[in-house]
Every structure is written in structure tokens, then in C-alpha cells.
Design a protein around this ligand. Structure first.
Ligand code: GAL
Length: 633
């Protein structure tokens, strides 16, 4: 597979006279792709019906003539100001009941029928006009669904749509009352239209109600996206993509991805480090200029399985950004490393955001590949190096992994609905397991929760899947792989009610979670032999064999046949102990990688990366600080 590079460009930000020189310079840098158009609605339609696509025609022509391939974005993340007068109630409403305002972006509610019709209209105009344009080689729908907390809206439009969604799901109000346990606190309803959105209640709403609303809100994103895709496909054969974000889990990306050809994501390693990785202050300091060594990799592996396997980095951090609590510059070499790391995980393309730093508006402190004065910025120099290397480098073939981890957005909604303890989140739990696997040297595939065929994997882990359908339980119990479950596996039924028999009720595993507790972060429970259970703990009953034991003698992890159950939230050492014991059973050899050093296997190469600020030793030899090492396997 030929790996490529690209950038994100805003021709509407710059005088037309410089477009051609920009395009030539992109090409000379070794770029293939240029994404444009995703925020340009006010320049395409300055007032309603006054269509001005001529400039976009010329921009596409100029870029295409220079030999670049265009990714054309639909502009629906930025509805223009006039539209708010036309549809004042299209704005999303926050949990306090306040409409969000015009003046930035993503200010629409996914449920508003009037806005959906506007979206259909502008997408149709764009797709009709450019569907057969030879330079438009891919599409992007909207921009970063869910970013800036925009999946969930408590608007009237959302309320109307939610009642219909509930009726479709439950059929009768009696069934809904029964499934949710609405006898509790006299919450019974007599009809679907009596059900309100679960905000502004006196104390917490019924978790079944909240979870249903989270699922509904997620479905609204998928519906909105599919409408755009269907319109684009009526006019174009070019692949359609969407750019997802890091640790945005409030809509089911697998459902959105099913309608797309390419999953892409926007990777800002330093921006994410402070508030999305969930790392200690010390770790943040160590990696302030490099990013977390596993966070990008996790998303690469996740987005490879969102959709049909084709995936890109649509936006790659190019230097300091503007939006994190602190915005340091990357260590020299990191912008090259991030690109190679993405290719190692199977990315077809890596596009740096953005071409030239904008001296105006919200992102004036966000670096680009060029400085505002047109001089090369460090990102351009490192991108050029990657382009040169790609010319001579061995083909980076398909990634392969012996270990799989299931990621389930629905479980994330459920944990967020009922975390049971401060700071407990499903994403963090799965990410902790992932980090341990990577530290042991494993390449990991992330699987969707609908997976039933686990053949080819030696280990499959599904921590925290709070609702687990019976056919998945059976498939895991029958898998040839070793399977790692818990905590909270199958702890609720599909409607967020505790099932009886008590969880996990797994065929072939005699263990019952008899009691659960959440723990302050300063009361970890030590394990015999090292490691702790922290934050959340389950007491286990049953005859399964003990794998890890707490210092007080109670079981913390148990095994029977191919199934292992971890009864609590393990720290890094605990997860590594679980996975290395299981690896031994199946004859998989493990490494104990130095902090910051990670590897990823493709068919022919093991690609090593060093997120450390000093050189490190790997089994394949020495690796420079912020360096990449290619090992033939
Ligand atoms: C992304 C977004 C871009 C730009 C970038 C800045 O989230 O898609 O439009 O805002 O962040 O880092």
C-alpha cells in the first residue's frame, strides 16, 4: 500500500493570487492530498439562495492542476448567521436548558428537521456540482461530530424525536415502564409524549432513561451523517469519509462508520495529553513535547476498525496548538514520528493541519506548515522528510496483531450514566488495558462489539462491557483465544437493570460478583505479588481458580478454561500481570518495554517509536529520541 501525505487548506482565507503558488509548494513538499471547504458555507451562500460556488470551482481547478487530489468537505459544521434567523430553534440546547449561540462552530442540533433539510440542500448543491470533478478524489462529511460537546442537545426538536425513538424501541408505554422500573419513585408514564428529556430533574434521573437518551443522541448523529452520504453517493463515486476526534465517545462511531468508506481522525498528541489521556502530572511533564506514547496508537487501532478498514489521519498536529490548557511545541522529530506511527498502524494518508497559520480569528495561535509570513514552519520540514522517506522506504504492509481488545461505545454511555465512583470511565479502563498490552510489546487490534468470530487471535480482552448480549458471551466462551473479562462485564441488562442470576453469568466460568464497591483514589487495595486494585472493586464467589489475590486473601482475578475474570480496576502492574500470565499459557512471548518505547507489527516490518526525550535501547537496537526504527520481521 502506497502511504501518502496531505494538508488542510482554506482557500477562502487567502487572496486568490497566492493559491497557485501554495498548490505548487504543497506538491513540491511531497503532498498528495489537500482537504478544503469544510467551513466555507458563508462564502458559498452569503445570504440565503445567493450561491457563490465560482471561487470554489477555481480553487479546486488550481489545486488539481498542480497535481493534488482534493478532499472536499461539506460545510455543515458552520451554518451561516442568516440561518439562525431562519431557524432560531436549530441551536443545540445545553443541559441547563440554554441554547448555544452563534459565533464559533457546531452550533446546530442533530434533531432539528429544518436544519437537516438545509444540510441536505447544501450537500446536494455541492455534490451535484463536484460529484464528477476529476480532482475531487474523496469527500468529508461535516467536521468532527461531537467535538465541543455537541452530540447531546436538550432542545424541543430533540424531545420530539426522542419520544418517537422510544415508541419505536419499546412499542408500548407499559413495556417501557416495565423495562425501566418506573414503579420506583412513581415515575410511571401513561404515554410516550409524557416522557421528557433527562435534564433538570431534582436529583438524578432513572439511569435507564439517561442511557436511552444517550443511545438516541448517538443514533441522531448516524442518521444525520447517512443523509449526507446518500446524497453524495448519488452524484459521486469518490470515497466518503468523516474526521473523528480523540476520546470523543458520546456517539457510536461504528454506526457512523458503517455508512462511510474511510474513517479518519484528527490527532493532536500534545493537545490531548493534558485533559484526555488521564495521566498523572509527572507523566504529562515527561511527555509534554511528545504526547502520550499510547494514546495516538489506541485511536489508530480503534479507527482502523471503525468502518471498512480504510483509515487516515485527516488532521495531524503541526506544532503548538491553541486550545489545550498549555500548548508547548513538539520535540524536533515528533511530527515525523507521528506520521510513521500512523503508517505502522495502517494509515493510508496523514494530513497536517493546517497549511498556513491564520493570523486572524480563533486559531491565530495554532501553528501550520507555514508561518503567517509564508516561511517554512518545522512541520513542513518534517513532512518533507517523511515524503522523501516514503519514496525510498519499504512498502508498509497491512498491520497484524495476535491480541484483540473489544471497544463498545454503548458501554461508555452506560458507565457515564452510572460511574459509581468519581473518575471511573469505560474509555479509561479499556485504555489502561491497552497500555499494558503495548508495554508487553503486543500489537493490538481493536474490535467492534458486534464481532463474533475471534479466530486468529490468541488473546481477546473485553473489559468493562457492562451489557453483553448472550450471543457474544457464547462466542467468547467458545473462542479458541484466551478471553479476559471484567470488571462490570454483563453487570446490566440492555435497559440498565441488574440481571439475575447476578453477573457475569458467563457459560463455562463459575464466578458471581456478589458485591461491588467504589474506592477513593487514595485507598488502593494491594495484591500479593505486586499491583493494586484501585477505584472500583468486585467481590467474587464461585469455584473458578484464583489467578491474582488481594493481600487480604480474597480473589482479585479468577480463571476457568479459556475465561479469565478480573474483579476490579487494575493498575498498570496488575494489568501487565494478568496479560503476561495469560500470554505464557498460550505461548506468546512478551517484552517489558522501556517507558516511551513502543512497537507495531506489519506483515514485513516491526516499526519502533521512541516517545522519549533521550535515546533508548530496543531489542532491535538503539533508537534516537523522538526516533523511528524499522526492523525486518
Ligand atoms: C480540530 C478541527 C480543526 C481545527 C483543529 C485545531 O479539532 O477539526 O478545524 O479547529 O482542531 O487544532
Amino acid at each position: 500500500m502506497k502511504r501518502t501525505l496531505g494538508t488542510c487548506y482554506y482557500p477562502e482565507h487567502w487572496p486568490e493570487e497566492i493559491w497557485e503558488a501554495d498548490a505548487r509548494r504543497m506538491k513540491d513538499t511531497g503532498l498528495t492530498w489537500v482537504r478544503i471547504g469544510e467551513f466555507a458555507w458563508s462564502r458559498l451562500e452569503p445570504t440565503q439562495g445567493d450561491l457563490k460556488f465560482d471561487w470554489l470551482d477555481r480553487a479546486i481547478e488550481t489545486l488539481g492542476q498542480a497535481g493534488l487530489k482534493v478532499v472536499l468537505g461539506t460545510p455543515t459544521a458552520t451554518p451561516p448567521r442568516w440561518m439562525i434567523d431562519k431557524h432560531p430553534d436549530m441551536l443545540a440546547v445545553d443541559a441547563d436548558g440554554n441554547p448555544r449561540k452563534f459565533g464559533s462552530r457546531r452550533h446546530y442540533c442533530f434533531s432539528h428537521e429544518g436544519y437537516k433539510a438545509e444540510s441536505d440542500r447544501i450537500v446536494k448543491l455541492t455534490a451535484e456540482r463536484y460529484g464528477k470533478n476529476p480532482y475531487v478524489a474523496a469527500w468529508q462529511t461535516d467536521n468532527e461530530y461531537g467535538c465541543h460537546d455537541t452530540t447531546i442537545s436538550y432542545s424541543d426538536a430533540a424531545h420530539t424525536a426522542f419520544c418517537l425513538w422510544l415508541e419505536k424501541r419499546y412499542g408500548t408505554i407499559e413495556a417501557l415502564n416495565r423495562s425501566w422500573g418506573n414503579v420506583f419513585w412513581s415515575m410511571d408514564y401513561n404515554s410516550f409524549d409524557e416522557i421528557d428529556l433527562p435534564n433538570l430533574t431534582v436529583t438524578e434521573p432513572n439511569p435507564s432513561h439517561t442511557l436511552a437518551f444517550r443511545r438516541f443522541s448517538s443514533d441522531q448523529v448516524a442518521v444525520f451523517n447517512k443523509r449526507q452520504v446518500d446524497i453524495i453517493r448519488a452524484y459521486s463515486d469518490a470515497p466518503v469519509s468523516h474526521n473523528y476526534m480523540g476520546r470523543i465517545t458520546d456517539f457510536d462511531h461504528f454506526k457512523v462508520g458503517d455508512d462511510l468508506d474511510i474513517a479518519t481522525w484528527d490527532s493532536y498528541p500534545l493537545g490531548f495529553l493534558e485533559d484526555r489521556v488521564g495521566a498523572s502530572a509527572e507523566h504529562q511533564k515527561t511527555y509534554a513535547r511528545q504526547g502520550d506514547p499510547d494514546f495516538q496508537a489506541f485511536h489508530h487501532d480503534l479507527y482502523r476498525s471503525v468502518g471498512k478498514g480504510r483509515w487516515w489521519v485527516m488532521e495531524q498536529q503541526p506544532g503548538p496548538v491553541n486550545w489545550a490548557p498549555y500548548n508547548p511545541a513538539p520535540l524536533s522529530g515528533m511530527m515525523r514520528l507521528w506520521a510513521w506511527e500512523a503508517y505502522a498502524h495502517g494509515a493510508e494518508a496523514v494530513c497536517y493541519f493546517r497549511w498556513r497559520q491564520a493570523p486572524f480569528a480563533q486559531e491565530q495561535m495554532h501553528a501550520g506548515m507555514l508561518r503567517p509570513d509564508n516561511a517554512d514552519a518545522p512541520a513542513l520540514i518534517e513532512a518533507r522528510q517523511v515524503a522523501d522517506e516514503l519514496r525510498d522506504a519499504p512498502e508498509v504492509s497491512a498491520p497484524r496483531a495476535p491480541v484483540a481488545l473489544i471497544f463498545d461505545y454503548d458501554a461508555d454511555f452506560a458507565w457515564a450514566t452510572q460511574p459509581h465512583g468519581a473518575g471511573l470511565s469505560y474509555f479509561q479502563l479499556v485504555f489502561d488495558a491497552y497500555k499494558a498490552l503495548r508495554k508487553l510489546g503486543f500489537s493490538v487490534d481493536i474490535l467492534r462489539p458486534g464481532t463474533r468470530d475471534f479466530s486468529g487471535y490468541k488473546i481477546v480482552a473485553a473489559p468493562g462491557m457492562i451489557y453483553m448480549p448472550n450471543d457474544l458471551k457464547n462466542a467468547l466462551a467458545e473462542a479458541e483465544a484466551e478471553v479476559v473479562l471484567g470488571p462490570r462485564t454483563a453487570a446490566r441488562n440492555a435497559d440498565m437493570v441488574i440481571p439475575v442470576p447476578l453477573p457475569p453469568d458467563m457459560p463455562g466460568l463459575d464466578v458471581t460478583v456478589s458485591r461491588v464497591e467504589s474506592l477513593r483514589s487514595d485507598m488502593p487495595l494491594p495484591l500479593k505479588g505486586g499491583g493494586t486494585i484501585t477505584g472500583y472493586r468486585e467481590e467474587l464467589e464461585g469455584s473458578a481458580e484464583t489467578l491474582l489475590e488481594l493481600e487480604d486473601g480474597q480473589a482479585a482475578a479468577v480463571s476457568s478454561g479459556n475465561l479469565t475474570y478480573v474483579g476490579g480496576w487494575g493498575d498498570d502492574i496488575t494489568w501487565m500481570r494478568v496479560f503476561s500470565q495469560i500470554s505464557n499459557r498460550v505461548g506468546l512471548s512478551t517484552l517489558d518495554l522501556q517507558d516511551g518505547v513502543r512497537c507495531r507489527d506489519t506483515d514485513a516490518l516491526r516499526i519502533w517509536t521512541n516517545y522519549g526525550a533521550t535515546p533508548a535501547e530496543t531489542p532491535a537496537g538503539r533508537i534516537e529520541a523522538a526516533g523511528v526504527l524499522f526492523e525486518k520481521i
